[in-house]
Design a protein around this ligand. Sequence first.
Ligand SMILES: CC(C)(COP(=O)(O)OP(=O)(O)OC[C@H]1O[C@@H](n2cnc3c(N)ncnc32)[C@H](O)[C@@H]1OP(=O)(O)O)[C@@H](O)C(=O)NCCC(=O)NCCS
Length: 147
Amino acid sequence: MTVTIREVRPQDFGAWSRLYRGYGDFYKVAMTEESLATVWSWLTNEAHLLEGLVAEREGALLGLAHFRAMPSPLRATTIGFLDDLFVDPPARGARVGEALFDRLKSIAAERGWPRIRWITADDNYRARVLYDRIGAKTSWNLYEFTA
Ligand SMILES: CC(C)(COP(=O)(O)OP(=O)(O)OC[C@H]1O[C@@H](n2cnc3c(N)ncnc32)[C@H](O)[C@@H]1OP(=O)(O)O)[C@@H](O)C(=O)NCCC(=O)NCCS
């Protein structure tokens, strides 16, 4: 069955919420009605940087990818950054994740972004099988501090 990758639409809210709650569960981040409404308002506001893709098969949403443009000042260019990627557990292993990356690759080409970056946990072995297939691991370390 064909999987279509497309931009999120306002009528996707219910199906998108279910998937995004699953992503929150995966990262043990509690999602509230309010946090879902906030992220949805970003995704559906053309003026907001965050954009969303969904994978659809026979009217059902199987996966999502949230991404945005990110300035890369060192090279005076704009690149893409992938924030969230999730495929519904029963749909995994059928290359839905790869299809979302394929679409991101075309978006990067259309917009002239020379690369797309993302981060993952060191022990996210399942995701890393996919990432090692379609991308290249960098040697960067991720730091942060709490404000
Ligand atoms: C990571 C994720 C998006 C991949 O989606 P997917 O549609 O299954 O991706 P694909 O089918 O394109 O590729 C998955 C790879 O994992 C492999 N895989 C399948 N089951 C696996 C398992 N139990 N353990 C490890 N790898 C497994 C598949 O074999 C496949 O690689 P292959 O086709 O080279 O054999 C999905 O597993 C997911 O949503 N995970 C939970 C959330 C997450 O980790 N998101 C990324 C955060 S950075």
